[in-house]
Design a protein around this ligand. Structure first.
Ligand code: MRU
Length: 327
């Protein structure tokens, strides 16, 4: 059965607790917008499109409990700052309410549209994947990070089921290990050939000719095509450029923030140092050593070969092509 990160039940939202994967599959039952906001903050659910969908259901739960819509909106908005889908989904929910539309129907549409966008990006993107390609990916961009199928991992899925005979290098993705814990879990479930590597192995493999392309997702994309994504993405783009390897970004139109031109203006989330200094509950750095935990970085448009969206492929990546594709 297809992996799902969340299931809407009408009076509550069921959420697969991603903090406990791959060891345990535990479902949380969220009954109001405060519980949903906490789940987004503490990373029980993560990945930009999934955060957007879940926030929309949180909005429905909040207004069903008669909390003023503006308060529900603000609480959910103040959870994670970088993923644009969160703001996109909440603004859409607010607008729908003001227009007298049914909020539950709107949230269901957001989920359905995200799933359809992923399937379309999978089709479009797999045309770019050569037979037998060795693909390197970062973080988790699969069914767990979306309404299902996935963005970058959705392209990998489509290429695999299209008989391309691909294999995947999975960056472990320090410090939260979304690659080792979540991407590997999804690929293993579906029998897609893969191997987990440390983040610092990428350059070694590229130099040995073991990587044919890099494919990643996005948390926010600006009007000129600069891409915020999981920390480590920028370094991969530089390595890919140095080795002449295509670097693809896969994201739905709901990830584009056209109000910002330069990636320098994207708010970048910093998370607590305890997440970095502990690994799966074990302390790995001296108590007294301060740490810096930046959750995302920005890859400039110049380093990106193409951006795959459900509306088409943006190539070369520049403001004119971004605006033309999304208009
Ligand atoms: O901190 P996370 O796990 O929410 O970060 C997720 C990513 O960086 C993903 O690459 C991005 O959201 C795209 S998911 C389809």
């Amino acid at each position: 059965m297809e992996v799902k990160a969340f299931r809407w039940k009408g009076d509550c939202l069921l959420l697969l607790d991603q903090r406990r994967l791959p060891q345990e599959e535990v479902w949380l039952e969220l009954r109001d917008h405060l519980e949903v906001a906490e789940a987004i903050k503490n990373m029980s659910v993560r990945g930009a499109p999934a955060i957007g969908c879940v926030a929309a259901y949180g909005f429905v739960l909040g207004i069903k409990k008669k909390t003023p819509p503006k308060a529900v909106f603000e609480t959910l908005k103040n959870t994670r700052p970088t993923a644009y889908n969160l703001f996109w989904a909440l603004e859409r929910m607010m607008r729908a309410l003001e227009e007298g539309k049914d909020s539950e129907e709107e949230a269901l549409s957001i989920e359905r549209e995200d799933y359809e966008a992923n399937r379309r990006m999978g089709e479009l993107g797999s045309e770019l994947i050569p037979e037998g390609a060795k693909i390197l990916t970062h973080c988790n961009t699969g069914a767990l990070a979306t309404a299902g199928w996935g963005t970058a991992l959705g392209v990998v899925r489509s290429a695999h089921y299209g008989g391309k005979g691909i294999s995947v290098w999975v960056d472990e993705t320090r410090p939260y290990l979304q690659g080792a814990r979540l991407t590997a879990w999804e690929l293993l479930k579906e029998g897609i050939p893969h191997r987990v590597i440390t983040d610092s192995t990428a350059g070694f493999l590229m130099r040995r000719g073991e990587v044919d392309l890099v494919i990643v997702g996005a948390d926010r994309i600006t009007a000129r095509g600069d891409v915020a994504n999981k920390i480590g993405t920028y370094a991969l783009s530089v390595l890919a450029k140095e080795h002449g390897i295509p670097f693809y970004v896969v994201a739905p139109s709901s990830t584009f923030d056209l109000s910002i031109l330069s990636g320098r203006d994207i708010p970048i989330e910093e998370r607590g140092e305890e997440e970095l200094k502990n690994c799966l509950g074990v302390s790995i750095a001296p108590e007294g050593s301060p740490a810096l935990h930046v959750a995302f970085d920005v890859t400039p448009a110049e380093n990106i070969t193409a951006i795959i969206t459900e509306r088409g492929i943006i190539k070369p990546v520049n403001e004119e092509n971004v605006r033309r594709c999304l208009s």
